[in-house]
Design a protein around this ligand. Structure first.
Ligand code: NDP
Length: 340
């Protein structure tokens, strides 16, 4: 224990705690492992908004019966390089894990391959699914829609989800470059954490229920809206995400997900789009060396860094020091797992 407000846990202990709670809530072993793994990877990389903070939401979705904790994803090849994964109303992590080998294989064989994940409940950070594909030598893109939380540019009514997209690029002897960003000026999870901690959010993050700019996270969460990053440009990216994650996959747009959701606070049902490209099949045998020179040039500019560096630094640190968690959250998780 560190102080009254936080507890220090090793990653293994945090993982065991999360798995136990998920099993107690109705997940079978495989789903509990996959969901816990996603949360602990987020914790390890210092992404608290997609770590154990999400566990009560996962549990709520099990409790309400919205999510089947024992679902088994079903993978279909619509074409040799187009895969569809039906999550059968389970959590997304197992579906994403299970499609990975087939997607890697198809991308290496055909140069590029795509997967749509449908009827799955997604709550996590996207870099978790992009990074393993980029580690396998593939340039990767992923996006998913969510629940309406963000107004299109110029408006003050929510239509878009916070709609993240992530992109990964393989590197020689180094972790891949992965960026992963919401299309909102600030991810909703970060706004929730600011509200929990009584902190204001920066200007430009959202509007209150009357459409006025505000820095109060509660005013944004209670009837207000988030704004896209970069005005009309972020708004266009959010639209792209809706079209790929719902228009292309055939699953729900954010507003349709909200209309069908039972409001239990857990992840809504939605689609995800994944694209994997094998750069070695595009005619330049020197692509890796060429792009390393580009990264070197970028990193040599003072004040810059590559996206993902913060996460990798955190990963190295937490592997040794463990993670600090709000003690109230740990108590909630222990109650849910029946330990207290
Ligand atoms: P951030 O704004 O914190 O970061 C976005 C990206 O920019 C990261 O790759 C980050 O790398 C990089 N970055 C940040 N600062 C710098 C810098 N100074 N120089 C270079 N690169 C930098 O993320 P968001 O708040 O937009 O998103 C947070 C998470 O929320 C994402 O993982 C996203 O997938 C998730 N999310 C999930 C949703 C869902 O429905 N499942 C909905 C919305 C968001 P680094 O990490 O190294 O700082």
């Amino acid at each position: 224990m560190t102080d009254d407000a936080t507890l220090t846990l090793s990653l293994d202990d945090a993982r065991a705690l999360a798995e136990e709670a998920l099993r107690a809530g109705g997940c079978d072993d495989e789903n509990a492992r996959a969901v816990a793994d996603i949360m602990i990877r987020a914790e390890a990389d210092g992404c608290a908004s997609h770590g154990l903070f999400r566990l009560p939401g996962y549990m709520a979705a099990l409790e309400s019966g919205k999510v089947d904790g024992a679902a088994r994803p079903e993978i279909t090849h619509l074409l040799p390089s187009v895969l569809r994964v039906d999550g059968h109303c389970g959590f997304a992590p197992l579906a994403l894990e299970q499609v990975r080998p087939a997607l890697i294989d198809a991308a290496r064989t055909y140069g590029l391959a795509a997967a749509s994940i449908i009827r799955a409940h997604h709550f996590s950070a996207l870099w978790c699914e992009v990074e393993p594909l980029a580690e396998a030598g593939l340039c990767t893109f992923a996006c998913t829609a969510y629940l309406p939380a963000m107004a299109p540019h110029g408006g003050y009514r929510a239509l878009f989800g916070t709609n993240p997209m992530a992109f990964g690029w393989p590197r020689a002897g180094k972790p891949p470059m992965v960026f992963d960003q919401a299309s909102a000026a600030m991810a909703r999870g970060e706004v929730m954490i600011a509200a929990r901690d009584g902190q204001p959010v920066p200007e430009g993050v959202g509007l209150d229920a009357d459409g006025h700019p505000t820095t109060d996270p509660n005013a944004i969460l209670d009837g207000g809206v988030l704004l896209p990053f970069g005005g009309h440009k972020g708004s266009a990216i959010a639209m792209l995400v809706e079209l790929l994650a719902a228009g292309l996959t055939g699953d729900r747009f954010s507003y349709e997900a909200a209309e069908a959701d039972n409001g239990d606070g857990g992840p809504p049902r939605g689609g995800e789009f994944l694209l994997a490209i094998d750069p070695s099949k595009f005619g330049d045998p020197g692509w890796l060396k060429h792009t390393e020179a580009f990264f070197d040039r970028l990193s040599a500019i003072p004040g810059t860094r590559l996206p993902g560096q913060r996460r990798h630094d955190n990963r190295a640190r937490t592997a040794v020091s463990g993670i600090q968690m709000p003690s109230g959250l740990i108590q909630t998780i222990m109650e849910k797992s029946g330990k207290i």
